[in-house]
Design a protein around this ligand. Structure first.
Ligand code: FO1
Length: 314
């Protein structure tokens, strides 16, 4: 445990796998941690409320994640999905038996009128997760993806069509009316360190920042603000971030990502493979931490988290 990691609240703004792994590293490093999670990839399937990013963060922090895939529960079985297929349901979105239990409980509690943030607290408590995991909002926000094939729902684009379509634009449906969930604004405003995780800037980070008050809290916080590039060596660590940067008119590099966050963060973390970009990133008015950002197992996550906290507090 890094001594510098043990004091002061830390907040991570997270999407899916990259956010979950960095949050795990922060937890291992002993941070007093809140994770604010994107909900714009939430989807209703089979009548169930599915929150993939919240679940990826929760399962990862609980030590239950399927680390190979990045999503879902390790050691899953698929009896229910197979049975649903036999009954004529679409099964393109792979829901394991244990994962289904999460969605059944979440859906039942939401239908009983419990807000998503309270349901999430119930689930994380039950699974022994120590950090606070907050959906950015209890309200409905849905990313819609404009492609040459037309406007697609997020999971239709991402899972159904394997994020193969060019992304021409994005709409965060409902975000204008969404209010931050209880504790979100405070978690950003009152933290010592806020970290924008190496998550997709358009699919994960922007729909968090776009909720009323979140971007403003980040702009006005007394915290040191750090962002980690999800682009390493011109490629996304996972998912379609590189293609999206290109089709949305940005440079496909850690510098392209840094430009998106310029003015909003104090420190930009770029991978050692992108060390040659450090001067240009610094030219945007940010400090730069150059390190190995590709988190493998637990040790790599804890190391990166410790380095980020040291740089933030340095
Ligand atoms: N991603 C896939 O690529 N294929 C799937 O079948 C799939 C199922 C799934 C089920 C539950 C869950 O929580 C996540 C799931 N994901 C799946 C991942 C997820 O759709 C995306 O990675 C995120 O939405 C993007 O952050």
């Amino acid at each position: 445990m890094t001594p510098s990691a043990t004091t002061g609240p830390v907040t991570v703004l997270a999407g899916g796998v990259g956010g979950a792994r960095l949050a795990h590293g922060m937890d291992l490093a002993g941070a007093d941690l809140t994770v604010v999670v994107n909900v714009a990839d939430d989807v209703e399937l089979h009548g169930l409320a599915i929150s993939p990013d919240l679940d990826t963060v929760t399962y990862t922090l609980a030590g239950l994640a399927d680390e190979e895939r990045g999503w879902g529960v390790v050691g899953e079985t698929y009896s229910a999905l197979e049975a649903m297929g036999r009954l004529g349901e679409d099964t393109w979105f792979t829901l394991g038996d244990k994962d289904l239990a999460t969605h059944v409980v979440r859906t039942a509690r939401l239908r009983a009128g419990v807000p998503l943030s309270a349901v999430t607290a119930q689930l994380t408590d039950a699974l022994g997760v120590r950090p606070r995991v907050l959906p950015v909002t209890d309200d409905r926000v849905a990313t819609l993806v404009d492609t040459p094939a037309g406007r697609l729902g997020f999971q239709e684009y991402f899972v159904g069509r394997h994020h193969a379509d060019d992304v021409l634009g994005l709409v965060y449906d409902g975000v204008e009316d969404a209010r931050p969930a209880p504790g979100v604004v405070e978690a950003v405003r009152d933290a010592d360190v806020v970290v924008v995780a190496p998550s997709n800037p358009f699919l994960s980070v922007e729909p968090v920042l776009a909720v009323a008050g979140v971007r403003e809290s980040l702009a006005g916080t007394r915290a040191r603000r750090v962002a980690v590039s999800p682009i390493v060596g011109g490629r996304a660590i996972k998912g379609p971030a590189a293609q999206m940067l290109a089709t949305l008119g940005h440079e496909v590099s850690a510098l392209g990502v840094a430009r998106l966050y310029a003015g909003l963060v104090d420190v930009m973390v770029v991978d050692e493979r992108d060390a040659r970009l450090a001067d240009d990133v610094a030219g945007l008015g940010m400090e730069v931490l150059v390190t190995d950002t590709v988190m493998g197992g637990a040790a790599g996550r804890e190391r990166l988290a410790g380095e980020i906290l040291a740089a933030a507090r340095g």
